[in-house]
Design a protein around this ligand. Sequence first.
Ligand code: GTR
Length: 390
Amino acid sequence: MTALMLLAALAAPPEFNYDEAEVPDYTLPDVLGDADSPEDWPGRRAEIVRLFEQHVYGVAPPAPEKVTFETRSKTVDAGDGREVEWRTVTITNQTPSGPFTHEVEVFLPAGASAKKPVGSFALIRYTPRSKDPIAPDEPERGYCPWGPITAAGYAVAVVYVDDVAPDDKTRFDSKLLKAYGMDGERPLDGCGALAAWGWAASRFVDYCEQAEDLDAGRVAVLGHSRAGKAAWWAGVRDDRFSIVISNNSGCGGAALSRRRFGETVARINSSFPHWFCPQFDAYNGNEDALPIDQHMLAAAVAPRAVYVASAAEDAWADPRGEFLSLVEANPAFELFGDPALRPEDRPEVGGTVVRGRRGSHLRPGGHGLERFDWDRYLEFAAAYWGEEIK
Ligand code: GTR
């Protein structure tokens, strides 16, 4: 090998495994610890949250001492004869350095009122507003199909992460984290961007708690891909979310890190050093040393509802590893009387499985958030929240 070839080999990305037969043997950390009853579970849940703060996502800023909301509304045409309210909510948080403001865009079905508050989906969205605004004139568009969502009787709230932590390793700390004095060099458990994004989704629940027409007891949190990782963690931290949904969240989201299938911890930390806390680097190529794995987040949602959506051709996100997180959460859900999920319950392409408070589907096709996914979320929410789709 010439010196040049050697240099090229060293610079090449490491090999990624897409072969099930090459998945290494692994032992997952125990979900329950010392807990063996529903009464013990809150304590164990708190331990799990702390471990993920220390080793994976970092410690997010606290909830603001005071938060206020201003709204402005327009009426938009859903294209099926219905009018929908498009409400922009400006959220002002009191932080140590003064007021910090961000916005959420909510599409509400007609008929939401103090008498009949509606359930909602908080959709964490990572594309900057300027590049990819939500489409008020395209109610059917797959990523945020506010037409069918509102037709089913629910609201959808788009939480823009760019307002709080830009998805950029040099600027992610320039907004929310700066307001809390958490910018600059981070301690080992310093807040990463994903946790900051989840913090913003929690402010939408604050809003629901005082808005008369939104039901704070029925808020699902979801996001796609990197925002799916953020939703997976946000839904664990903030137990006011009633349903936690991972859409193709992959490594650092629903997928088990120890499987090292597709994207790995080392790769994600080198490509996106700002997403996680600095301590997560200690597990690059060293997944077995993690005191947790991602199934413990599915478990920590119990006794609320959790849903994992994968896409058949999304190998980079390890669809099987995403489903196995749900399976490996069995002990927590069984504490609350739910039936066990088995690896062989994994849906076929195009199929869905629901067991108690857990659900999953495997969409045909690749990485994305599509109507197929949303239609399943609407069905799952209607079943869990005990409401017919209108
Ligand atoms: C990829 C990254 C994934 C996923 C994806 C996305 O480059 O490796 O973990 O988050 O981006 O967010 O679209």
